[in-house]
Design a protein around this ligand. Sequence first.
Ligand SMILES: [Cu+2]
Length: 502
Amino acid sequence: MNRRNFLLAGAATLLAGSRAMAEMKMDGMPGMGGMDAGHDMTAMPGRLPTLPAGAPLRDLPRLANRSVESGLFEATLTAEPATARFAKGLDTRILGYNGESPGPLIEVTEGERVRITFANRLSGEQSTIHWHGVPVPADQDGNPMDPVAAGADRTYAFELPERSAGSYWYHPHPHGKTAEQVYRGLAGAFLVKPKIDPIPAAYGDTALFFTDLRLAADGKMPESTMADAMNGRVGDHVLVNGQKNPVLTVPAHARRRFRLFNATNARFLRLSFGEAPMTIIGTDGGPLETAVLGIRDVLLAPAERMEVIVAFDKPGTATLRTLAYDRGWMGAGRPNDADLKLLTVKVSKTPAGSFPPLPVTLRPIADLGTPSVSRRFVFGESMTMGASGMEMGFLINGVSFDMNRVDVVSKAGQVELWEIVNPADMDHPFHVHGTQFQVVETERAGKVAKPSYKAWKDTVNVARGETVRIMLRQDRPGPRMYHCHILEHEKLGMMGIVDVKA
Ligand SMILES: [Cu+2]
């Protein structure tokens, strides 16, 4: 899919709100032949590889700190082709950080300085590292405008502010190649620990990093199809820490802390531990003010994170599984997203030691005050005939991303109200670089709903037909990206630049 062709193709046919028409057109269109190749399970019965399940849940490998200086974290991340074995007897070529996918977990503490040298050893492709959600200066944030050429190195350096503890992640963000580099394996967890953790250590601290793998019969990751371009690439296997449905064993009455990361390109994960209730303690930007108890399921759109405590009171098996969620799908081949078993928790009969209660308050979350500027961002989807057949475009305020265009000029320290409007056919998770925001309200069919708790977030799902209003403030100058985190939509234009002036 070539965005330039799309732009040259002339006036786009705006199809927002006319899904039926889109589906009709997709059916007999030239250039649509490969739409579901390698993806539709029913088309090739028994031929796609099965992945072994049931191994003990592994901890993510950790990125070692090579610095001897206290308060400094120093390491190298090398992006390079690697080989993984997901299915028995089949080697899969992937992209890894330091040979691993997911990449090594980075664990640092608020107040520390970070110096990570990125070595780009991808063949012939530029890349960057974007520190998703981490408060870093604009020129250290791996924007597409600051590419690292194949074969080159660059060092990212930043200092983690006090009270920046949270569950963040890192992934490439080069122009036009983000989606492919991520689905081929480049993504990792970035934990910023608080100096004093309000969550009792007895709860543990387990990262569950979700990725979405598609394997062809020969063990290769197939190229993306037209359906992937439209809907985002959804795989056939949702993996946890690179494993299919691994097993975690806990004692009876255990309380466990999980950090959930949706690092998939386009998979919406509505997650439940079944009978075991969840308590939400944190979101994208770190801890909530107070824990939210008695939660049965949570929706994590692509790029969102959440921290939860799960109570395992019943001996037996508790399964982390997906529940149905309709995120809007164009054309045929809508994947099954319900009842995928992601993690099996075996709860033994032997009771654990005691679990101290959660503190009543976790931390204060300040109000941002009254906004002095309001802005409106409207998502759009378009379809045009180009030289190579039908081409999709994804737009914000009617335009496709242009690296050389500033879409919004803002001012450091200014409180703004952003209204994100989605009249289109699919949900679009909206992400802003450089800051955390608070969701003010969500509007659907004239009905306004306030969020049930206050939280810092860097990604919010804007469901089709919805308007989401967020309040934010950028504290540091420089250009920042905002975009849909279905990475194929980002690639096809659903991104803009806000230039923050000092
Ligand atoms: Cu999108």
